[in-house]
Ligand binder design. Structure first.
Ligand code: UDP
Ligand code: MN
Length: 329
């Protein structure tokens, strides 16, 4: 019996040692390098190839990103404002046109139609338009001699800029279509225009109207508005005219003008009736669209430039000492 116990104990002790040795061997193997270089080589080749493919793709993405410009928010399409300006040669012409063009440069979606009252286009206007960077059309037509103001005539004696404005209307009829969205405004070269005015007129449906400052012998003239509708006009001079308004006080939709192909300014119109001669055929007073805070805001001034005195220049010219005429003023 004792012998049996001893044998069992030895078996247990043996088993214990063998287990410990086995465990130790296993632990030692964990930290040992194994002969798996082949396996590792395959692995690292695979990783390297993948890296190469990824960096290739990244380069492709970079190239494509460079090609695609950063996305800009789409600009709203604005109806074009066609500004029609008659102009004629005189000492202050360049000053007037520089001032007006530099106002217009601030107005988006604008096309300037400049019509010279001259038999041929002058280099002064040609160059000024070219350098303005504006979208423009340059035309010319001479006012018939019988209708032209003579030196010393008071300027109210004859209508001014009539044939020039009509030529611009003809150009629009020849070069634009009924489906084109736009608005037409007659802007003399000597007036003063607020930029807000162009915002007011931009979405004219038929004919929009607003006050004009420093005109008609008054601080301002303006359409009178009740409940959003034009009911009459605040003016002192010939108030019974169909449309007692200055040229600068209204804008017409391009579509309305194109839909009425014969509408034009009448060269023979009685004094003060030029604006009416065109508007009468296009709208009624009830249809007018009041702008500029229900016609309570003055955004355009009928300014006029003083004729410069040339006393000294003329005296010098008589002595053959006049200023250098190759210098443009
Ligand atoms: N104008 C013109 N030919 C002329 C006189 C004037 O083309 O013989 C132009 C002028 O440059 C201006 C518009 O017609 O753009 C109105 O003329 P003006 O300013 O003299 O008129 P007023 O201010 O007296 O209404
Ligand atoms: Mn004027």
């Amino acid at each position: 019996m004792l012998n049996m116990k001893m044998k069992l104990k030895n078996v247990f002790v043996m088993y214990f040692f063998v287990s410990i040795l086995g465990l130790m061997y296993a632990l030692m193997q964990l930290g040992q390098p194994c002969d798996c270089t082949q396996h590792m080589k395959q692995n690292s080749d695979f990783v390297r190839n993948q890296d190469r493919a990824i960096s290739k793709l990244q380069n492709e993405v970079k190239k494509l990103q460079a090609q695609v410009k950063p996305e800009e928010p789409p600009k709203p399409i604005l109806p074009i404002i066609y500004v029609i300006t008659p102009t004629f040669t005189r000492l202050v012409q360049k000053a007037e046109l520089v001032r007006l063009s530099q106002t217009l440069m601030h107005v988006p979606s604008l096309h300037w139609i400049v019509v010279e009252d001259a038999a041929t286009k002058t280099s002064l206007v040609t160059e000024l338009l070219k350098q303005s960077g504006l979208q423009y059309t340059h035309l010319n037509v001479e006012t018939p001699k019988d209708f032209k103001l003579k030196e010393g005539d008071p300027n109210w004696l004859k209508p001014r800029g009539v044939e020039q404005r009509n030529l611009a209307l003809q150009w629009l009829r020849d070069n634009r279509e009924l489906s084109d969205e736009g608005v037409v405004y007659f802007a003399d070269d000597d007036n003063t225009y607020s930029l807000q005015l162009f915002q007011e007129m931009r979405f004219t449906k038929r004919v929009s109207v607003w006050p004009v400052g420093l005109v008609g012998g008054m601080r301002f003239e303006r359409p009178l508005v009740e409940n959003g509708k034009v009911t009459g006009f605040y003016t002192a001079w010939k108030p019974n005219r169909p449309f007692p308004m200055d040229m600068a006080g209204f804008a017409i939709s391009l579509q309305l003008l194109l839909a009425n192909p014969t509408a034009h300014f009448h060269l023979e119109a009685e004094r003060g009736y030029l604006e009416s001669s065109l508007l009468e055929t296009l709208v009624s007073i009830e249809e007018l669209e009041p702008k500029a805070d229900q016609c309570r805001k003055v955004l355009i001034w009928h300014t006029r430039t003083e004729k410069p005195k040339m006393k000294q220049e003329e005296a010098l010219q008589k002595q053959g000492l006049g200023s250098d005429i190759t210098i443009e003023v």
